[in-house]
Design a protein around this ligand. Structure first.
Ligand SMILES: NC(=O)c1ccc[n+]([C@@H]2O[C@H](COP(=O)([O-])OP(=O)(O)OC[C@H]3O[C@@H](n4cnc5c(N)ncnc54)[C@H](O)[C@@H]3O)[C@@H](O)[C@H]2O)c1
Length: 463
């Protein structure tokens, strides 16, 4: 058809000019349908952000920094002030790609539905709320058939892990592209290291160890909610989501998953069992549900071990690192946070300059951007892309270590996957003025794990 051919051969800017003119002309003819090519050529990927906090704003910014045309069209949050802060930051940073109109800002627990309604099949929904809401939002995205970027962890307990695995399969059946914010998996240096390790360059992996030892993180507070400043218990818990297991899986799941996932990636397997210690040595009057130290022995199915040490305490040794030991050598996966990886490989078990056999380049791309470049590439080239299965397993393995510490029992992967304790079964039915899934006692303190006393669940009444 004559009207379509020039547009097919023009640059994007010329195309937009051509399309606009053509659209004006054609739309004046009643009953004329726009030729299909115009819709097909509008290849801008539209983004809707659900959860406009720190990471959501960062992820949206990454989504607007890819080379393919993208634009942010909708924003949703349960707090208007969070949405507004993010709106201001993103509109200032990405004026060319920011396209959120006043009526595309949605507030409330159902806001995600309205944001999703603004997307078309090739577009992307970004889910960066606390993890409790991940399955709810993902289920709606699958019904709508849009691509998804979601933040880690993607579940907080056994039932939500199992649900995410099932939803992941549904997303694959619909050819949706689904990314999960375990961004280090997209770090090229760590990718090269994983290939070398799996090719046997340091022999058989016999041990991994990882450390996330740092000062208090997230929300460690000592005072109960003040009804004058925070009238809603539910909304106060959401604001302080790292403190509550139903919202985040606690500090363990929310912070430690990255190092646990790195070790699983290098081993190319997920542990089958966890045995652990943990406690609240320095918790004082803190009213949250977290332990302040965790020490986990994970076992892989070939019997090899992965030790994980997590601590949130002042005045103690700090370390943020992942190491893998093989029968012939050892590897550093991370030594100083998420990037640069400073990944290295050595002969023998010591980090000695003379034993160095490989090291990552000193300058590495930001994995938070690379994960978006990879997602957009998969969408543009229609390549299969679904990170749910491995991310759900990493999230479940993380829960398994946490549950082993919280109950004082050995917990297997199958026990974790089939554990019936769902922390917040009605998370899809919450309302702004409704009750919270977790209730404080008369002193304003929340139920904490009691290893050896409560054994079949992490807190609350034994079933
Ligand atoms: N990949 C990473 O390195 C990384 C880094 C930071 C955070 N994260 C993850 O991102 C997620 C968010 O963390 P954050 O630090 O941005 O927290 P945040 O508190 O800054 O942001 C969360 C936002 O979600 C909103 N929200 C809560 N419940 C909602 C709901 N039901 N519907 C819509 N909005 C809702 C909150 O109001 C808030 O604005 C977490 O899962 C966290 O683990 C990942």
């Amino acid at each position: 058809m004559e009207t379509t051919s020039p547009a097919l051969n023009t640059s994007r800017r010329e195309f937009l000019k051509t399309t606009t003119k053509a659209t004006v002309g054609l739309s004046t003819l009643s009953g004329v349908t726009l030729p299909h090519v115009f819709a097909a050529e509008d290849n801008t990927v539209r983004i809707a952000l659900v959860g406009c906090g720190g990471r959501g704003t960062g992820a949206a910014s990454n989504s607007l920094s890819v080379k393919q045309p993208t634009k942010l069209v909708a924003m949703a949050d349960v707090f208007e002030n969070r949405l507004e802060g993010s709106f201001q930051a993103l509109s200032a940073k990405h004026p060319d790609r920011f396209s959120v109109s006043a009526d595309a800002k949605f507030v409330g627990f159902d806001a995600y539905k309205e944001a999703l309604a603004m997307l078309r099949p090739n577009d992307i929904a970004v889910f960066a709320t606390p993890p409790a809401f991940r399955w709810v939002h993902f289920k709606a995205a699958i019904e709508k058939g849009v691509n998804v970027f979601m933040e880690k962890p993607i579940c907080v307990d056994g039932p939500t892990g199992k649900r995410m695995l099932e939803l992941g399969q549904q997303a694959t059946a619909k050819n949706m592209k689904v990314a999960v914010g375990l961004m280090c998996r997209h770090c090229p240096s760590r990718g090269e290291l994983a290939k070398k390790i799996q090719a046997g360059e340091i022999g058989d992996i016999i041990l991994a160890r990882a450390y996330r030892m740092q000062g208090p993180v997230g929300t460690c507070f000592t005072k109960p909610r003040d009804p004058k400043t925070d009238p809603s218990e539910l909304m106060w818990q959401i604001k302080n989501f790292h403190s509550f297991l139903w919202l985040s899986g606690g500090s363990y799941s929310d912070f430690f998953i990255h190092n646990i996932d790195e070790a699983c990636w290098m081993k190319n397997d997920f542990p089958v069992e966890a045995k652990a210690n943990g406690g609240r040595t320095d918790r004082g009057e803190h009213i949250d549900q977290n332990f302040d130290h965790y020490s986990i022995e994970y076992t892989w199915k070939d019997g090899s071990k992965f030790f994980f040490e997590g601590r949130n305490a002042v005045g103690t040794h700090n370390e943020f690192a992942t190491y893998v030991h093989g029968s012939k050598g050892m590897a550093i996966v991370s030594t100083a946070g998420h990037f640069p990886s400073k990944a290295m490989m050595f002969k023998g078990q010591e980090k000695k300059a003379e034993n160095l056999i490989w090291r990552a380049p000193k300058v590495e791309p930001n994995p938070y951007q690379v994960e978006w470049d990879d997602l957009l590439s998969a969408i543009t080239n229609d390549k299969p892309y679904n990170e749910i299965e491995r991310s759900a397993k990493s999230s479940l393995v993380t829960c398994m270590g946490r549950m082993a510490a919280h109950t004082g029992q050995i917990i297997t992967y199958d026990q974790m996957l089939n554990c019936p304790h769902e922390f917040a079964p009605n998370v899809d039915k919450l309302t702004l003025d409704g009750p919270a899934p977790l209730v404080a006692d008369k002193d304003g303190k929340y139920p904490i794990p009691r290893p050896g006393i409560i054994k079949d669940r992490e807190y609350g009444e034994t079933a």
